[in-house]
Design a protein around this ligand. Structure first.
Ligand code: 26V
Length: 815
């Protein structure tokens, strides 16, 4: 039974049974006797989708008839995960569907695993976009997400001998029951060619771009169902097709492969997601992807706007466009081109409309992740856009000079063109200038945005940068992912908590209630048992559900410091071996995450975690006090199993480097305590849960900056910490890599001389804090109290709150 079951249950079950069978028969052409698990999944998904359609059509109609202001969320990534349980939950049909399938001899739980994860994103940025889509539908905002329908999402990760291997992901190979192809909705997307300038009768110049190449964008729509199915929005993803797929002349002359080259070149654009979340690909294909989806989306939303109002000058009045990072920033130039060249709007007015329409979210300060494009490439691929960018820049710099800004350093730092090593267009600058609001994703991050990447801009435009702390959807991350806890919440404080997360605070009253504490612990225990099974199936390690489950699951990145966690595990292991009579808290350290294929250091860290796991797990001397597992192929579905089962959430990035984090919020919501630095949204989580219910350690962002300024040579720090020295020595000596004793020599060397991420500086503080975690764990009453208070106090981190803030302060739409 689900936490929420509607009153007319029996009738709903009977109807759903019919609907699933109908789909099985008439869409899939199978009967119950011959249907495979996948057939049942598809029939179930289609039956669920059928239940969405009427509300979807009604929402679309309402958006038109009420002439509502629209929000467009432009994102190169949407990390959606599975949709079956999500759709059923939002419709309030999970329990009824489970019973309907049971009557057909089918287990919903087993069928849900057949669904591939839609992994059209790398990590936090893409998952945030998915949570936002959910909240925009729930808040009944007339919103549409635009992105790319990649044939292949994020690579599948396997671990062989401890090393990461990447394999192509193939989520569409058996079709996608959630999407509706819209072959009639297509747009031409140009590339290359030249710009023709003519004179209008009044003497003004008119520009016509004559692209050398044209590719077609085809729409695929997926419904995004809000809570209770009341409002349904659209996620519109574009797929690339050749204008003229087959060159018959070439084919007829016998060149069968050459006849298809155009098709291959065109379709490459939506073939694959760039599998990196930091290092700019810097490649032409990436820029083609960005322009492709931005141009199709802007053409589409302008067509809709013109159909509704017939007046292009009213665009900003009726439309808000959010740029998810700089990836869609070329949209600023594209909208200017569409307004000026195609719709004949005068430049100054077009610029006003553009700025009033766009807003931009920054998701990272990492210098290597800030996008720039070589001017020569932009000129080659998008010649008219390059002209427009030059013009925007000239007006921007002239305007500043007129205002009295004379400092050449300031002017060059705010120029759209970086003149340093080779000329580059700065996409962050373009996004900033073309937007009326720019936001960071946590309080700390937004302040750092003002002080670092956009320092000069902030001085010139002090009202433009605002903060919008991230949030996560509680529907997916509590109600769907954690049925035992959801049931307990429903019984204790009522189901209205799923309508209004702020009601979670009612749990405060139960934090010390022994009966509630044990029921809360029983829910956690159920989730831990489920994870223990998963761990055994996945990596063959048996773990004890009574141990403290400690999880660090996220992209593998040096700044996220999985290495700090592994080194602490090494130190703990050495302690367990050398002090057999000490009273250790049994722990299971759980790691999961993918490294970018070309990120050697991150891949070596994965190998180290696995090497340490092999030695530790096999050593009888640990007496099972420490187990380490690295679960392969981290994705949304795996997160949904790990997070509800975790006792401890590792959020240990070097302060100042994690823009926000959203995993941190999901863990706290599910009653895990956080061990973390004062970084990203951890700072605000601490404010909400209270100092006693979170374990904060390490340098602050400011101390990190000061420490780096003093130097990152770590020899003195290591010398001052015997535990650290011993752990590093163990790793360097090959204790965990007997087959290749020098495997980690260089890694330890780098840490010793260039500890850019200040792992050594934070090591002692981290270890000591872990022992405080142990002490709290030994006092189970105190631990449970803190866990309950985490769940009770994190309502503010619901993406419904975040979206409400965007709606009110940036998009100016009513909620
Ligand atoms: C950058 C690039 C550079 C070009 C190659 C492909 C690519 C893909 C993604 C990115 C941006 C990565 C930024 C990112 O994911 N930031 C994360 O955003 C989360 C949501 O705001 C936030 O919680 C995380 O702290 C932040 O790291």
């Amino acid at each position: 039974m689900n936490a929420i079951t509607p009153p007319d249950h029996a009738a709903t079950v009977a109807a759903l049974k019919e609907e699933v069978l109908h789909r099985l028969t008439f869409t899939i052409c199978k009967d119950a006797a011959t249907a495979s698990p996948r057939d049942w999944f598809v029939a179930t998904a289609l039956a669920a989708r059928d239940r969405v359609v009427e509300s979807w059509l009604a929402s679309t109609k309402r958006n038109y008839s009420e002439d509502r202001r629209r929000v467009y969320y432009l994102s190169l990534e949407f990390l959606i995960g599975r949709l079956l349980i999500d759709t059923l939950t939002n419709l309030g049909l999970t329990a009824a569907m489970r019973d309907a399938l049971a009557e057909l001899g089918v287990d919903l739980e087993k069928r849900r695993d057949v669904e591939p994860d839609a992994a059209l994103g790398n990590g936090g940025l893409g998952r945030l976009a998915a949570c936002f889509m959910d909240s925009m539908a729930t808040l009944e905002i007339a919103a549409c997400g635009y992105g790319i329908r990649y044939d292949h999402g994020l690579f599948r990760q396997t671990i062989k001998d401890g090393w990461q291997h990447e394999y192509p992901e193939d989520w569409l190979s058996f079709g996608n029951p959630w999407e509706f192809p819209r072959p009639e909705i297509t747009y031409d997307i140009g590339f290359g060619g030249h710009v023709e300038t003519t004179r209008l009768p009044d003497g003004a110049a008119a520009h016509v771009w004559r692209p050398g190449e044209t590719i077609v964008a085809v729409a695929y729509d997926t419904p995004v169902v809000g809570w209770h199915g009341k409002h349904v929005n659209t996620l519109r993803l574009w797929s690339a097709r050749a204008l003229d797929p087959l060159r018959l002349d070439a084919f007829n002359q016998g060149d069968h492969v050459g006849a298809l080259t155009e098709q291959v070149r065109a379709e490459a654009i939506s073939k694959i997601l760039y599998p990196s979340d930091a290092t700019p690909a810097g490649q032409e294909l990436r820029l083609r992807q960005e322009y492709f989806f931005v141009s199709a989306s802007l053409q589409d939303l302008i067509r809709r706007h013109m159909k509704q109002t017939g007046d292009i000058t009213k665009l900003a009045e009726k439309t808000a466009i959010q740029l998810n990072d700089t990836h869609p920033a070329i949209g600023v130039a594209e909208l200017m081109r569409l307004l000026v060249d195609v719709h004949g709007v005068e430049w100054k007015e077009a610029w006003k409309i553009t700025q009033a329409t766009f807003a931009y979210t920054n998701h990272t300060l990492l210098p290597e992740a800030l996008e720039t494009w070589p001017v020569w490439l932009m000129e080659k691929l998008l010649p008219r856009h390059m002209q427009i960018i030059y013009l925007i820049n000239a007006m921007h710099l002239d305007g500043l000079r007129e205002k009295g800004v004379a400092d050449s350093g300031v002017l060059s730092s705010v120029s759209l063109i970086d003149e340093h090593n080779g000329r580059h267009v700065r996409m962050g600058h373009l996004a900033f200038l073309g937007s009326h609001k720019v936001n960071g994703v946590s309080a700390l991050h937004s302040e750092l945005v003002k002080e670092t990447v956009f320092k000069d801009f902030h001085r010139l435009y002090p009202d433009r940068i605002v903060n919008k702390t991230n949030g996560v959807t509680f529907r997916r991350w509590l109600l769907e992912a954690n049925p035992p806890l959801s049931r307990l919440l429903a019984e204790t404080i009522g189901t209205s908590v799923f309508d209004d997360a702020t009601l979670l605070n009612k749990l405060e009253a139960f934090a010390d209630d022994p009966d509630f504490q044990s029921r809360f612990a029983a829910a956690k225990r159920e989730n831990k048992e489920r994870l223990a099974v998963k761990i055994f199936e996945s990596v063959g390690v048996r773990v004890d559900p009574d141990a403290l489950f400690d999880a660090q699951i996220k992209r593998i990145h040096e700044y996220k410091r999985q290495l700090l966690n592994v080194l602490e595990a090494v130190a703990l292991y050495l302690d367990i071996k050398s002090q057999p009579s000490r009273d250790f808290v049994p722990r299971v350290k759980i790691f999961a995450g993918k490294a970018a294929a070309s990120y050697h250091q991150a891949k070596l860290i994965i190998k180290l975690a696995n090497d340490v796991a092999s030695i530790v797990n096999a050593d009888a001397a640990t007496r099972d006090l420490l187990k380490i597992v690295f679960l392969p192929n981290y994705n949304v579905s795996l997160a949904e199993v790990i997070i509800p089962a975790a006792d401890l959430s590792e959020q240990i990035s070097t302060a100042g480097m994690e823009a926000s984090g959203t995993g941190n919020m999901k863990f706290a919501l599910n009653g895990a305590l956080t061990i973390g630095t004062l970084d990203g949204a951890n700072v605000e989580i601490q404010e909400h849960v209270g100092d006693d219910n979170i374990f904060i350690f390490g340098l602050t962002a400011q101390q990190v900056a000061e420490s780096r300024a003093r130097g990152i040579d770590a020899r003195e720090t290591i010398a001052a910490s015997p535990r650290l020295a011993e752990a590093l020595q163990a790793v360097a000596s090959g204790m965990f890599s007997p087959d290749d004793p020098h495997r980690y020599a260089q890694l330890v060397d780098t840490l010793t001389y260039y500890d850019h991420f200040l792992i050594t500086k934070d090591f002692d503080s981290y270890c000591n804090t872990q022992r405080k975690v142990d002490a709290r764990w030994r006092d189970q009453k105190a631990w449970r109290r803190s866990a309950i208070l985490n769940t009770a106090r994190v309502a503010w981190f619901s993406s419904d709150r975040t979206i409400r803030e965007y709606a009110e302060e940036i998009w100016k739409v009513e909620v």
